[in-house]
Design a protein around this ligand. Structure first.
Ligand code: NAD
Length: 358
């Protein structure tokens, strides 16, 4: 849900009237009555799309089926704010541009300290990093913690986390709470300290060179990935659980686990590939499906935050509220608005999205 009821009074104090689509918050634990109690009008989707500003979680390329229907509901006086996957699905941004509406894509908000409170990607990655460990624990035929019991000693699960960004670090913290022994790897050596501070061992493959713009990794060539896969193979084979979260903004997920690497794991082991939506970090991943290959389960979950809808909605709402207020208060277009603005006046105005379309 893009806006939770507790934030409605703040919007009201700014003179904004809120219209909420019928039952939009129900599955996340926010019934229509909770919105009505805070002064919102409950209405049909058609009526909601009559608003000046429309807040949604996934629109345009991030929600292709729904978005196509919504195209007929949009006009040039309107502003749409939500995740839109404009770099992955630039064609949808082009379609939306034809309505004349303004689209702000939240995944393009710069990852700067000033924009931190609007950083939906970090919020959603935090939730995905937590939940993917629970998914692995649920499918693993072993326990995570070490136990010394009258029935003998239970050895702890060995968990390897590949990609120690926001999701990876949250996965480390969650696996640690469950008692696993954790190794983590990232192409950016700078994360070593963060990994160790969470109680995991940092796997140094001695490759270096993965740091890119700001805190992000950059895309590497195939020979680099080939070397990476070779050097990762032993750590993968020795793990009960491998969680992959490796990503390069605007690119397909780097392929870090081959079928052969997975088949060298013990039967019963589990791979959770959070890169599934971007084509997968693992060769065997099928987005949205569970695959069992040589006794190893490979989970390719998509839209993981939606499986924790209450907190995902609360975090998303606070980010989107901050973005909305920033937009309303802006006297001029600053870097945050400029970088997030995808369409305006019937055109795709974002240079990288235009390049992705070409
Ligand atoms: P992301 O989702 O783009 O990538 C996830 C991780 O995959 C990254 O740590 C990246 O280095 C890693 N990765 C990419 N290619 C890899 C490869 N070939 N092998 C192994 N790992 C690979 O990134 P993210 O988690 O959204 O953010 C990355 C970093 O940005 C974070 O660690 C954080 O420090 C920083 N950040 C800063 C702010 C801010 O200042 N406001 C906000 C968010 C994130």
């Amino acid at each position: 849900m893009a806006l939770v009821p507790e934030l409605l009074p703040e919007l009201g104090r700014r003179g904004l009237q809120v219209v909420v689509e019928t039952k939009a918050g129900e599955q996340a634990g926010f019934p229509d009555a909770a919105y009505a109690e805070k002064g919102a009008r409950i209405a049909s989707r058609d009526e909601v799309f009559g608003a000046d500003v429309i807040l949604c979680i996934r629109c345009a390329g991030a929600n292709p089926e729904r978005a196509r229907d919504d195209l007929t509901r949009l006009s040039e006086s309107q502003t749409l704010i939500g995740l839109a996957d404009p770099l992955g699905q630039p064609g949808h941004a082009l379609e939306l541009a034809t309505t004349g509406a303004r689209l702000f894509a939240l995944e393009l908000v710069p990852r700067t300290t000033r924009a931190q409170a609007m950083d939906v990607l970090s919020s959603m990655a935090t939730i995905a990093g937590y939940k993917c460990v629970l998914m692995a624990a649920e499918r693993l035929p072993r326990m995570f913690p070490m136990l010394v019991t009258a029935a003998g000693t239970v050895t702890p699960a060995r968990v390897l986390i590949v990609g120690a960004g926001v999701a990876g670090l949250m996965a480390i913290a969650t696996a640690k709470r469950l008692g696993a022994v954790i190794t983590a790897y990232d192409v950016r050596p700078a994360v070593k300290q963060e990994v160790e501070s969470l109680g995991a061992r940092f796997l140094d493959l001695g490759l270096g060179g993965g740091g890119g713009e700001g805190a992000y990794a950059r895309a590497m060539d195939e020979s680099f990935y080939e070397k990476q896969r070779r050097l990762l193979a032993d750590a993968v084979a020795q793990s009960d659980v491998v969680i992959t979260t490796a990503a390069v903004p605007g690119k397909a997920a780097p392929r870090l686990l081959t079928a052969a690497m997975v088949r060298a794991m013990r039967p019963g082991s589990v791979v959770v590939d959070l890169g599934a939506e971007r084509g997968g970090n693992c060769e065997l991943t099928k987005p949205g499906k569970d695959v069992v290959d040589h006794g190893v389960t490979i989970l390719g979950p998509t839209n993981v935050p939606s499986t924790v809808p209450y907190d995902a909605s609360r975090m998303f709402s606070k980010n989107v509220r901050t973005f909305l207020f920033h937009l309303l208060d802006a006297k001029a277009e600053d870097d945050i608005l400029r970088e997030a603005l995808v369409t305006r006046g019937g055109e795709v105005v974002h240079a990288r999205v235009r390049e992705a379309e070409a």
